[in-house]
Design a protein around this ligand. Structure first.
Ligand SMILES: NC(=O)c1ccc[n+]([C@@H]2O[C@H](COP(=O)([O-])OP(=O)(O)OC[C@H]3O[C@@H](n4cnc5c(N)ncnc54)[C@H](O)[C@@H]3O)[C@@H](O)[C@H]2O)c1
Length: 320
C-alpha cells in the first residue's frame, strides 16, 4: 500500500507534535514544518519532536511559512494540517501584535496560495474559540456572533475568513476547527494548567488572573488530534466546527482538582483580570458530532491526571 503523505505546520508545537505522532502511528509519512519561534523556549519544542525525529516516516523542515518560498512544499501531499501560529491571548496587545498578523494572517495566506491547484484532499486549519469573544449564549454554536475581544482572536478570525475564501474562490478544500482551551502533556508554558501545575509542584505562588469564577470548556489534546483526523475525512470544504471537550468548569474548581491529584495545596495569589480573556467559554459541538463523528473521550479528571504525570517527568528534565 502506498503511504499517504501528510503536511503538518507547527509540528514542533504543543498540539502539532501530538498530531504528527498520531499520523506516524497510523501509517502516514509526515512532513512537519516549524521555525521554532521564540514565543516560548524552543528547547521545549525540540523536546516535543525528539522522539519523532528518530522515525523514518517523519521529516522536519525548519522553515518560516511567512518568509520562505513555499514552492514545492505541498508536492505529493495528500492532506495538510495548518497549526503554525503565534498563540496566546494576553501578549497580543501592543507592539507584539505585528508577530500575530505575520504568523497568523500573512503566513496562512501564503500557505493557502501555495495550496491553490496543488491537488490537496483537505487543508485543516486550527482556529480558536477566541473568535467568539464574550459569547451571549452557552454553549456557543458556530453560527453565533463573532466578536473577538483580543487582537489574537481578530487574527484567528481573519485566518478563518481566508480559509473559507480560498475554498470558495479557488477550490482549496479547507476546514477550520475552533479549538476550545486545549490541555494535556506538552501544553505551552504560558497556558493556565501548565503554570498551575508548575507552581503546585514547586510549592510556589500560583497567580490566578481574576477571581477564579471564569469558566472554560477544556479539551484534552488527544481528542483534538482525533478531531483533526475526522475533519480531514468528513469536513465540509469551507466549513467551520467547534471542537470542545464538554468539560466546562471554573478555574477555581480546576485548581481544587489539581490539589486532589497532586496531594499538594496550591498557594493561590490573585491578580487582576486580563484584558482579552473572556469570562466564560463553552462550545456547542453538535455540528462536529453529527458531521464529523467527533465525540470527546477524555474527561477532565482523567486528562488532568495524565497531564500531572507528564509535568512530573517534564520538570525532572526526563526525555519524552
Ligand atoms: N492550545 C490551545 O488551547 C489552542 C486553543 C485554540 C486554538 N489553538 C491554535 O492551535 C494551534 C496550535 O497551538 P499550540 O498551543 O500547539 O501552539 P504552539 O505555540 O505550541 O505551536 C505553534 C507552533 O507553530 C510554530 N510557528 C509559528 N509561526 C510559524 C511560521 N511562520 N512558520 C513555521 N512555524 C511557525 C511555532 O514555532 C510553534 O512550534 C495554533 O494555531 C493556535 O492558534 C490552540
Amino acid at each position: 500500500m502506498v503511504e499517504r503523505l501528510a503536511l503538518v505546520t507547527g509540528a514542533a508545537g504543543f498540539i502539532g507534535s501530538h498530531l504528527c505522532r498520531r499520523l506516524v502511528q497510523d501509517g502516514w509519512r509526515v512532513r512537519g514544518v516549524d521555525c521554532f519561534t521564540r514565543y516560548y523556549d524552543p528547547a521545549q519544542k525540540e523536546r516535543n519532536v525528539a522522539g519523532l525525529a528518530r522515525e523514518p516516516r517523519f521529516e522536519l523542515k525548519r522553515v518560516d511559512l511567512g518568509t520562505t518560498d513555499l514552492h514545492g512544499l505541498l508536492d505529493g501531499v495528500h492532506t495538510a494540517w495548518h497549526l503554525a501560529a503565534q498563540a496566546g491571548v494576553r501578549s497580543s496587545w501592543g507592539r507584539s501584535f505585528a508577530e500575530y498578523t505575520s504568523q497568523n494572517i500573512n503566513a496562512t495566506q501564503r500557505l493557502l496560495e501555495a495550496a491553490v491547484g496543488s491537488g490537496l484532499r483537505c487543508l485543516v486549519c486550527a482556529s480558536s474559540s477566541s473568535v467568539y469573544g464574550e459569547a451571549p449564549i452557552y454553549p456557543m454554536p458556530e453560527d453565533g456572533p463573532l466578536r473577538p475581544i483580543s487582537p489574537y482572536g481578530v487574527t484567528k478570525l481573519a485566518a478563518e475568513h481566508l480559509a473559507r475564501l480560498y475554498a470558495l474562490a479557488h477550490g482549496v478544500p479547507t476546514v477550520s476547527l475552533r479549538y476550545f482551551t486545549v490541555y494535556g502533556p506538552r501544553q505551552r508554558p504560558d497556558m493556565g494548567f501548565h503554570r498551575f501545575f508548575r507552581a503546585i509542584h514547586g510549592e510556589q505562588e500560583l497567580t490566578l488572573f481574576g477571581d477564579g469564577s471564569q469558566s472554560r470548556d477544556f479539551t484534552f489534546v488527544e481528542d483534538v488530534t482525533e478531531a483533526n483526523l475526522l475533519a480531514a475525512e468528513h469536513g465540509e470544504p469551507g466549513g467551520v466546527y467547534n471542537i470542545s471537550g464538554g468539560s466546562r468548569i471554573t478555574v477555581l474548581e480546576v485548581i481544587r482538582m489539581m490539589e486532589r491529584i497532586t496531594g499538594k495545596t496550591a498557594r493561590v495569589v490573585r491578580s487582576g483580570g486580563q484584558s482579552g480573556d473572556p469570562h466564560d467559554t463553552g462550545g456547542d459541538s453538535a455540528r462536529a458530532r453529527e458531521q464529523l463523528g467527533f465525540r470527546p473521550q477524555v474527561g477532565l479528571e482523567e486528562g488532568l491526571g495524565r497531564m500531572a504525570e507528564w509535568m512530573d517527568r517534564f520538570l525532572r528534565g526526563e526525555p519524552e
